[in-house]
Design a protein around this ligand. Structure first.
Ligand code: ATP
Length: 297
């Protein structure tokens, strides 16, 4: 058998909900969703080394808002790998916390990819345990465009989406997901069509997305009105084809026809709102970029 790798690094891309329909609620309280999800070339970075015992270090611009102890989703998901003796995690935290772009879930999923690469086959945790830690973690494991239903457990890959160019904006205000679901009203909206149309290009897709929704947007905006300000600023950008909130907020995205237009819009927004987190991003399949890379010592 080949020697196992001693250390790997993994990219943890931000998750963007292009649509998010709340379709029901289970008796145990879990909400049922139907969501089109893509991943961004913006995210956190995780390095994982084999060692006995667990340890974690968190650095980066958003590190202060993240626990570096056993509350961190990275360590919580690692604890689900039954035969794992330990690992050393170094997380570079770039994504704002509690922002609707799945930062913690992306990190946990990245840890799962890394630990699968470092440990013996057959050691993978049970998906039901992973879902209990975070409904977004399974979809983040592949980091591939998907339609996600149920409580995050029904994942259908979407293979022929056009590449999308976006600007992501967070007003640097954490929004708690439970508070948004608590504020949710008007649950009887039309469902997403069972079969998605074929999209000729990004503008075709943006036009169709405009006919769909994020059902959490109104609720999140009632929790934090800054979301309306972010969305209005994105809509006012030259070339904006669609602006919408992702997940339970507060991050919103806008779609543009190409990366240059998105970068120009991001630059203007940075001038007008130096206190906001603003990133131009390519959206789509990030599975190759998110694959574990061997660290050579
Ligand atoms: P989602 O889009 O999946 O709802 P989110 O962006 O709203 O996610 P997260 O950034 O994942 O929210 O943070 C949710 C909570 O998880 C925070 O309160 C934070 O303290 C905790 N947490 C634990 N580990 C991490 C991590 N590695 N990164 C970010 N948050 C973490």
């Amino acid at each position: 058998m080949a020697d196992l790798a001693q250390a790997v690094r993994v990219f943890a891309p931000a998750k963007i909900n292009l649509t998010l329909h709340v379709t029901g609620q289970r008796a145990d309280g879990y909400h049922l969703l139907d969501s089109l999800v893509v991943f961004a070339d913006v995210g956190d970075h995780l390095a994982v080394h084999r060692q006995d015992g667990f340890s974690m270090r968190v650095e980066g611009r958003e590190a202060a808002a993240v626990p570096a102890d056993t509350d961190n989703l990275v360590l919580r998901v690692a604890a689900l790998f039954k035969d794992l003796q330990g690992a050393r995690f170094h997380l570079l935290k770039e994504l704002p916390v509690a922002s609707g772009i799945g930062g913690g879930s992306a990190d946990a999923a990245a840890a799962m990819r890394a630990l699968a690469a470092l440990s013996q086959a057959g050691n993978a945790p049970d998906m039901a345990d992973v879902l209990r830690l975070g409904a977004d973690i399974p979809m983040c494991v592949r980091s591939d465009a998907a339609r996600v239903r149920g409580i995050g457990d029904r994942i259908e890959p979407l293979t022929d989406l056009p590449p999308l160019h976006a600007v992501l904006v967070n007003p640097r205000r954490a929004v708690s997901t439970p508070s948004v679901f608590k504020a949710l009203r008007n649950r009887n909206q039309p469902p997403m069509p069972e079969t998605l149309p074929h999209f000729a290009d990004a503008s075709d897709m943006a036009a169709w997305l405009g006919t769909q929704r994020n059902d959490l947007e109104a609720a999140a905006t009632s929790v934090d009105p800054a979301i309306a300000q972010v969305k209005a600023a994105l809509e006012a950008c030259q070339g904006c084809m669609l602006a919408r909130m992702s997940g339970s907020g507060a991050t919103c995205f806008a779609l543009f026809a190409d990366h240059r237009t998105a970068k120009n819009a991001a630059a203007r927004l940075c001038e007008a709102h130096p206190d906001w987190w603003i990133k131009p991003a390519r959206l789509g399949d990030q599975s190759q970029r998110a694959a574990p890379q061997l660290i050579r010592s």
